[in-house]
Design a binder for this molecule. Structure first.
Ligand SMILES: Nc1ncnc2c1ncn2[C@@H]1O[C@H](COP(=O)(O)OP(=O)(O)O)[C@@H](O)[C@H]1O
Ligand SMILES: [Mg+2]
Length: 351
């Protein structure tokens, strides 16, 4: 992988954030987060945060709850208790008063139909009733379409009414969370560049009508997307852009997942064991890539990683989980010296 001469892709730089307990900006914050699967509590009352521009690592033995925590952060599963704040907004938590929303969809039409009924009892000309019934139907269709499109004012109305819906994975991608998976999940029968273009999809401005009419705006955006996808592939050190994803060597598939995550223009990157199965030389290249991403793109990273050389080498902060609970947190030096971490995870011979 070439380390020089590759321009940084246009990922947004410093991001808005809330101020954390120690005065530094926090991009992501988990507050008293709990996730239970039936009787098994996979994550238990965990508090932690990712500061702007930092690399934060999650470590712990297999089954400690790291991937479960990631999935909650990414909107893939709802927490049992506690919540996630991203860029100062509570985005993931148990839904509140969600039952009110369907009532909201029906209410305008129901009121108009009630009016039709009342008018009907007063012997009006028949077409007045017909008009009111059709108006009610129109309102019902309009409300349902609004609920699907979810414009800003609709979301604000839900907040005002105390209705809270936990963010879904697509909401979190739109909000600025890009991720890779512990088990690689690429589109196997698409080429490398097509995989990256899929990641860009949420950023495109052209409407379906632009695409059908092939407007100049749509053509320009398509060319720009392909150029940006190429730049991202070079940035992560992948040269075989027209190769099918399934034919790429394992290390390149991992790199391609990172390029696809960067294509969503994230404000936080979640990486679940990105160096798993790599040899030491490939691992070194990945470490350099993570440092570059943080330095050049000002992109904070939340990393799950087993390779202690990687974790200790590049993390600003390390959070240690064991049986779903946070047992330690601090700089690499602090965590390495923590007796509980040595006992639960690192082992006596590891330091
Ligand atoms: N969907 C699920 N249903 C039931 N149990 C699960 C599920 N996902 C994870 N678990 C359990 O939760 C615990 C934590 O798993 P996981 O988050 O994958 O740990 P880690 O990533 O730290 O190895 C494990 O005991 C695992 O078996
Ligand atoms: Mg895991």
């Amino acid at each position: 992988m070439s380390e020089q001469g590759t321009a940084a892709p246009a990922v947004p730089g410093t991001v808005a954030a809330t101020v954390s307990s120690d005065g530094q900006a926090a991009v992501l914050r988990a507050v008293h987060l709990t996730k239970a699967f039936g009787g098994l509590v996979a994550v238990k009352e965990v508090d932690f945060e990712v500061k702007a521009g930092s690399i934060t690592s999650l470590i712990g033995p297999n089954g400690a709850g790291k991937t479960t925590l990631f999935n909650v952060v990414a909107g893939l599963s709802e927490p049992t208790d506690g919540h996630i704040e991203f860029l100062g907004r509570r985005v993931v938590a148990r839904p509140e008063r969600a039952w009110l929303e369907p009532i909201l969809w029906i209410l305008p039409a129901a009121l108009v139909w009630l009016l039709a009924y009342l008018v009907g009892t007063a012997n009006p000309p028949v077409n007045v009733i017909e008009i009111l019934v059709l108006l009610g139907l129109g309102l019902l269709i309009a409300t349902l379409i609004t609920a699907v499109i979810r414009p800003g004012w609709y979301n604000r109305l839900l907040v005002r009414l105390g209705i809270f819906k936990s963010a879904r994975p697509n909401d979190m991608v739109q909000a600025g969370i890009g991720r890779t998976f512990q088990n690689i999940r690429l589109f196997a029968n698409m080429t490398a560049i097509e995989n990256v273009l899929v990641g860009m999809h949420g950023q495109l401005k052209s409407s379906p009508l632009d695409a059908v009419l092939r407007t100049p705006k749509q053509k320009r955006e398509e060319l720009d997307s392909v150029a940006e996808a190429r730049r991202l592939l070079r940035y992560v050190g992948l040269r075989r852009e027209d190769e099918l994803a399934r034919n790429l060597p394992y290390g390149d598939q991992r790199r391609l997942e990172i390029a696809r995550a960067l294509a969503t223009r994230p404000k936080l990157l979640l990486l679940d064991e990105p160096t798993a199965g790599m040899n030491p030389a490939e691992t070194d290249q990945m470490m350099k890539l993570f440092s570059r991403i943080r330095r050049e793109l000002s992109l904070p990273i939340l990393l799950i990683e087993h390779d202690m050389r990687v974790v200790m080498g590049i993390s600003d902060t390390i959070t240690v989980l064991d049986h779903g609970e946070k047992i330690s947190e601090g700089t690499p030096a602090e965590v390495r010296a923590d007796a509980r971490v040595i006992e639960a995870y690192l082992g006596k011979g590891a330091i």
